[in-house]
Design a protein around this ligand. Structure first.
Ligand SMILES: [Zn+2]
Length: 73
C-alpha cells in the first residue's frame, strides 16, 4: 500500500496518507490533519518513483533508477 505525500497550503504542513490506489481513485477525502484545511495538494516525491518504495524504508541505497543487478531482487 503506497504512501501519498501532501502539502497543506494553509499551514504549510507536509504529511503522508496511506491509501490504496482504489481509495485514491475513488476520491480521497483530503484534509489537513493539522488545520483541517482543504487547500491540500499532492506532492510528487522522488521516493514514489523508486522501485524499493514498497519495501522497507531502510532499503539499500543502491536501489533506484541505477540499481545494481541483484541488489533489489
Ligand atoms: Zn494545514
Amino acid at each position: 500500500m503506497p504512501f501519498y505525500d501532501f502539502y497543506c497550503e494553509d499551514c504549510h504542513l507536509e504529511f503522508a496518507i496511506r491509501a490504496t490506489i482504489q481509495q485514491k481513485e475513488a476520491g480521497l477525502r483530503l484534509e489537513c490533519p493539522q488545520c483541517r484545511g482543504q487547500s491540500v495538494r499532492q506532492v510528487i516525491t522522488a521516493g514514489i518513483l523508486l522501485r524499493g518504495q514498497s519495501r522497507s524504508t531502510d532499503a539499500p541505497t543502491c536501489c533506484g533508477p541505477k540499481a545494481k543487478p541483484g541488489c533489489c531482487s
